[in-house]
Write a new protein. Sequence first.
Length: 117
Amino acid sequence: MLAIELRNLPIIDIDTGKKALGNNEELIKDVLRLLIDTLPNEIATIKRSYHSHQYDRMLAAVHRLHGAVCYSPTPRLKLVLSHLESHLKHNIIDELPLLIDTLENETKEVINARFCS
């Protein structure tokens, strides 16, 4: 059974962003804006790949998004993508639907956080 503990992590963690991006709050906001702008298309690509059983394509999309998220202050999203990427690399397909649902929920949380409005 899949269990990812997200409740204790913030949706957006500015302190983590400051460490990763040199205390530059404007850069943090720019990174978040860019991430939020790309999330809907990336999630759609991941879902299409899953539904068409194109797991290599799905892994490429997850890997790309995971890499982008590593530079953004979104620890929950990063954790979900890490789990999803690991499951794909190890061909653990049965838990993908739950991970995709969790990814969608976390994506909505990041978009709705409105940090960079």
